[in-house]
Design a protein around this ligand. Structure first.
Ligand SMILES: Nc1ncnc2c1ncn2[C@@H]1O[C@H](COP(=O)(O)OP(=O)(O)OP(=O)(O)O)[C@@H](O)[C@H]1O
Ligand SMILES: [Mg+2]
Length: 246
């Protein structure tokens, strides 16, 4: 694995007096695919939202290439462009075509000219198998297709890290596979990914590391083999057992 990209250092996040993230310390290195698993309410989404600055941490720190995001000299806009996010609910712009969805951020945020942005958008739409739908509106395509467009849109910004928050949870079962296949290809291409997921096969087969969160802490983190075949923490064991029996 390569250099550190993001380091969470004793990260905390409270909403009022509810402590959602208690003490999260972990490093994400170049080329890693970290799957984050854990029960509902354990803080998985909040952690991702802190990483991409949708939430402001209430304690601890986040370092990007060893520079604190809290530092007054830190360039937040540049950082936001480097950290892409794919949401459960796609968050496409419904009034824009598929192609336009993948162009607008490049032009507005990265200040690319339209022709260049369109070329890049087409390239990534083709990579996710959506080149045949560029003029469609999001309402005209399926959930699995929407999520593939959302991935192409994120990739069009050339991020350094892609965060996924349960990207397949809103999909009909028959569409889960097409999105997971795209994600697996991405993982193989070497892009750094953090994936909150309930897809245990993905966590097991595609990740370089698996992070099990429980009640606002990382209860256990390790290789897929360590977590799935030889979990050390009682809560990890319980979670995996419950999961297998569902
Ligand atoms: N904006 C907010 N205001 C108050 N409480 C919040 C807010 N966002 C999240 N929480 C609380 O933080 C806790 C963790 O939420 P979070 O969404 O991070 O969990 P999660 O692990 O992603 O769960 P799920 O698997 O259901 O998506 C929950 O108890 C939730 O109610
Ligand atoms: Mg969540």
């Amino acid at each position: 694995m390569g250099n550190n990209i993001i380091k969470l250092n004793k990260l905390q996040k409270s909403f009022g007096d509810v402590e959602v993230l208690k003490d999260i310390t972990m490093t994400i290195s170049e080329g890693e695919v970290v799957s984050v698993i854990g029960s509902s309410g354990s803080g998985k989404s909040t952690m991702l939202r802190c990483i991409n600055l949708l939430e402001e941490p209430t304690g601890g720190d986040i370092l990007y290439h060893d520079k604190s995001i809290m530092d007054s000299s830190f360039n937040e806009n540049e950082y936001r462009a480097k950290v892409g996010m794919v949401f459960q609910q796609f968050n496409l712009f419904n009034n824009l075509s598929i192609l336009e969805n993948c162009i607008v951020g490049q032009v507005k945020v990265l200040k690319r000219n339209r022709d260049e942005a369109e070329k890049i958008a087409r390239e990534y739409l083709s990579k996710v198998g959506m080149e045949g739908y560029i003029n469609a509106k999001p309402s005209q395509i399926s959930g699995g297709q929407k999520q593939r467009v959302a991935i192409a849109r994120a990739l069009s910004m050339n991020p350094e890290v892609l965060l996924f928050d349960e990207p397949t949870s809103a999909l009909d079962p028959e569409m889960v596979g097409e999105v997971l296949n795209v994600m697996e290809d991405l993982a193989k291409s070497g892009i750094t990914m953090v994936v909150v997921t309930h897809e245990m096969d993905f966590a097991k087969d595609v990740s370089t590391r698996v992070c099990f969160m429980d009640k606002g802490v990382i209860a256990e983190i390790g290789t897929p083999k360590e977590i799935f075949e030889n979990p050390k923490n009682e809560r990890t064991k319980e979670f995996l057992t419950r999961f297998r029996n569902n």
